[in-house]
Every structure is written in structure tokens, then in C-alpha cells.
Write a protein that binds this ligand. Structure first.
Ligand code: PGA
Length: 253
């Protein structure tokens, strides 16, 4: 179970510090088997990295560029992130696809570069509302998977995390239903299985989109759900801690 908080473009350093201190305090002396990841904005990686050193919380970034260095003004490379002990990198988030023109081909280049450096990409896929209404959900998802995972090797799947995030569920307060998540997750896992020949149990598939402490029990209990990518609710330490507590109860064997 991987519970990841995507802080998006939120928190100044003092706010990031307070948030992470509260999370650390809430987890203190607690035994937990879930992988807990926080993904602050780049400008707070340094602060958060220092605070979580020695704890079981892992650090994630919200984006990266695939070239290791050079004349790419405004971009952040994977070695730069690795320096701060980043382990996970979210790529292909729908906000990046929509506002910053990130294509499946770019996401694929990022995924390959991340895996090459032994870090873990969290690759987001998901359909828009109109695509769902037109009955195109699985055509879209399979196409995203094929392009984003193009040329990856079976071995790469060990470090791969996929997040199914229906675009219409992100930040709207309306999460996908249990049935919709079950259907999508099973089909996504079948598709990845057919691409790489790996078993469902070896595929890590998170759900994201309006996950809260109120709906996380139902969502995380679904057999094919291996974690959650949480936006808004990860900015409140008490809510995030509650979701972690629920995740622990729903861990599958
Ligand atoms: P949300 O965002 O939890 O605020 O819906 C999820 C995400 O964008 O990853």
C-alpha cells in the first residue's frame, strides 16, 4: 500500500515544515507497513528532506525533466532530485498534461530516465468526463499505458507505480465509485499484464481523485487498489494521518 500526498503548488517552507512535523509526530511510535510518501513543491524538497531523514516517510517530487543536465532553463533533473533523497517522481499528472502540454511521449521519456536512475515513477493516467461519457474510457487508458510504458522492460515493473486518476474526480470532491474503480483497476492490471507478462499482484496501482478520510476505507479496501495519490486531503496533517490509519487496516496480503 503506497499512500502518497501530492501537495501540488502549495506550501511555503514554513508551512511545509509544519505539515511534515505534524505528520511525523502523528506517526511517532506507530508501527505501519504502508509506504508513506510526501511530494512537496521543488522549493521545499530541501526542507522536507532534512526533516524526514531517519524516519519512514519517503520523499517524492511532482515532476522532472528527462535530460540529466544542460541548457534547459527552468527544468529540474533527476540527479538534482536524487541529491535530496527523492525516491518517487509523479509524472503525467493530468494538470501537467492539461496546462503544460505533457504528452504520453514526454511521459515515457521521463519514465525511462527515472527508472534508469533507480527511482520510482508514479505514472498518472486517466480519462476526462467527456471521454467517459462517450464510452472511450478504456480506449484512452490503454492508449496512455501503451505510450507511457513503451520500451520499458519487465524488470522495470518492480519500480513502477501507476496511478489511475480519472480527470473528472481530481479536486472535484466527487471520487469515482467503488464499481468504477474496480472495473478500471482490473482492466488496467489486465492490460499491463498483457504488455509485460507480470501478475496482477506485482503491479502497484494507486487510485487518485478526491480521496478523503471519509471515502478512503471503501476505496482502499478494493482488492485491486494498492494505495492512493492524494491531493487536497494531504495538505491537512490530521486528515492525511487518518487516511494512513485506514490504509493500515485495509492492507491486503
Ligand atoms: P485530489 O487530487 O485528491 O485533490 O482530488 C488528487 C491528485 O491530483 O493527485
Amino acid at each position: 500500500m503506497i499512500i502518497a500526498g501530492n501537495w501540488k503548488m502549495n506550501t511555503l517552507p514554513n508551512e511545509a515544515e509544519e505539515l511534515v512535523r505534524n505528520i511525523l509526530q502523528g506517526l511517532q511510535d506507530k508501527k505501519f507497513d504502508s509506504e508513506i510518501v510526501v511530494c512537496p513543491p521543488f522549493t521545499n524538497l530541501h526542507t522536507v528532506s532534512a526533516l524526514i531523514t531517519g524516519s519512514k516517510i519517503k520523499l517524492g517530487a511532482q515532476n522532472c525533466y528527462y535530460e540529466p543536465k544542460g541548457a534547459f532553463t527552468g527544468e529540474i533533473s533527476i540527479p538534482m532530485l536524487k541529491y535530496f533523497d527523492v525516491e518517487y517522481i509523479i509524472i503525467g499528472h493530468s494538470e501537467r498534461r492539461t496546462y503544460f502540454g505533457e504528452t504520453d511521449e514526454i511521459i515515457n521519456r521521463k519514465a525511462r530516465a527515472i527508472l534508469e536512475k533507480n527511482l520510482k515513477p508514479i505514472i498518472c493516467i486517466g480519462e476526462t468526463l467527456s471521454e467517459r461519457q462517450q464510452g472511450k474510457t478504456f480506449e484512452i487508458l490503454f492508449n496512455q499505458l501503451e505510450k507511457c510504458l513503451c520500451d520499458l522492460k519487465v524488470d522495470d515493473s518492480k519500480n513502477l507505480v501507476i496511478a489511475y486518476e480519472p480527470v473528472w474526480a481530481i479536486g472535484t470532491g466527487v471520487s469515482a465509485t467503488k464499481e468504477q474503480i474496480e472495473e478500471a483497476h482490473n482492466k488496467i492490471k489486465n492490460h499491463i499484464q498483457s504488455m509485460f507478462g507480470i501478475a496482477h499482484d506485482d503491479i502497484v496501482l494507486q487510485y487518485g481523485g478526491s480521496v478523503t478520510s471519509d471515502n478512503s476505507e471503501e476505496i482502499l479496501s478494493i482488492e485491486s487498489v494498492n494505495g492512493a495519490l492524494i491531493g487536497g486531503a494531504s495538505l491537512k496533517s490530521d486528515v492525511f494521518l487518518k487516511i494512513i490509519e485506514i490504509a493500515e487496516k485495509t492492507i491486503k496480503n
